[in-house]
Ligand binder design. Structure first.
Ligand SMILES: CCN[C@H]1CN(CCOCC)S(=O)(=O)c2sc(S(N)(=O)=O)cc21
Ligand SMILES: [Zn+2]
Length: 260
């Protein structure tokens, strides 16, 4: 069985065959149209308590590069915003394009960014395991941050310098005490809406929080992500990992709310 991917034969246009929820009513990503978002004064500020966060390792799962965190307690949580309770940081990963073209999943008034960072959190107050939360309507919250190209990002090198160690699908290496707070933009204004995972299994379990302000990274830093391979060391047909993004899905009967 050829598993899902981003190629012609196994890409987003055929995911619905194995994952029918792909055609559901709260799929992600979406195109965000700022003028159509409703400002909600009751939305609180986003609170990120990442100071005792503990990253464990960085790995290549063939679809993205992922930094996993120890989520055995509430040491790194997101709260506030649209959330009813704290959600535990589980992992973060990226989506990006090919040379110089787009790569973000969410778009803003038709504009896409070069890349998009997703910080994945789960509702450990209501659910016993991450897997259970990942399938529940309020189980996950993903904080999305756009990356645009320009000057070099002063902290991203800590990630891009390790990418050569996880070049092949299935590879992993230690990656301790990385605090993703260094990847945040200067303001935490956001849009929020109810959506889904943007990859299979496409569970409609995500409260999305998309930051309005992008961070800036250099073309050179972004280029290092494109050196990653979607194929394993033993495979003879090498495929670079790029354009690992799903395009915007129908908004259907949803509203996008805006913080201040
Ligand atoms: C390649 C598979 N990506 C999945 C893996 N997980 C879901 C499945 O887990 C079940 C135990 S996940 O919750 O870590 C997650 S979040 C996102 S995204 N792009 O929407 O932020 C995709 C994925
Ligand atoms: Zn993602």
């Amino acid at each position: 069985i050829n598993s899902w991917g981003y190629g012609k034969e196994n890409g987003p246009s055929v995911w619905h065959k194995d994952f029918p929820v792909a055609q559901g009513n709260r799929q992600s990503p979406i195109e965000i149209i700022p003028k159509q978002a409703s400002y909600d004064p009751s939305l609180q500020a986003i609170l990120l308590n990442y100071d005792h966060c503990s990253s464990i390792n960085i790995s290549n799962n063939g679809h993205s590069v992922v930094v996993d965190f120890d989520d055995s307690d509430d040491r790194s949580v997101i709260q506030g915003g649209p959330l009813d309770n704290p959600y535990r940081l589980k992992q973060f990963h990226f989506h990006w394009g090919g040379k110089g073209c787009h790569g973000s999943e969410h778009t803003v008034a038709g504009r896409s960014y070069a890349s998009e960072l997703h910080l994945v959190h789960w509702n450990a107050v209501k659910y016993q395991t991450f897997g259970e939360a990942a399938a529940a309507p309020d189980g996950l919250t993903v904080l999305a941050i756009f990356l645009e190209t320009g000057d070099e990002h002063r902290w991203l090198h800590r990630i891009t310098d390790t990418l050569y160690m996880v070049k092949f699908k299935g590879s992993a290496t230690d990656f301790k005490s990385f605090n993703p707070k260094c990847l945040l933009p200067s303001t935490l204004q956001y849009w929020t809406y109810l959506g889904s995972l943007t990859t299979p299994p496409l569970h409609e379990s995500v409260i999305w929080i998309v930051l309005k302000e992008p961070i800036t990274v250099s073309e050179r830093q972004l280029g290092k992500f494109r050196m990653l391979l979607a194929t394993g060391e033993e495979e003879d047909q090498r495929m670079h990992m790029e354009n690992n993004y799903r395009t915007p899905q129908p908004l259907k009967d949803r509203e996008v709310r805006s913080s201040n």
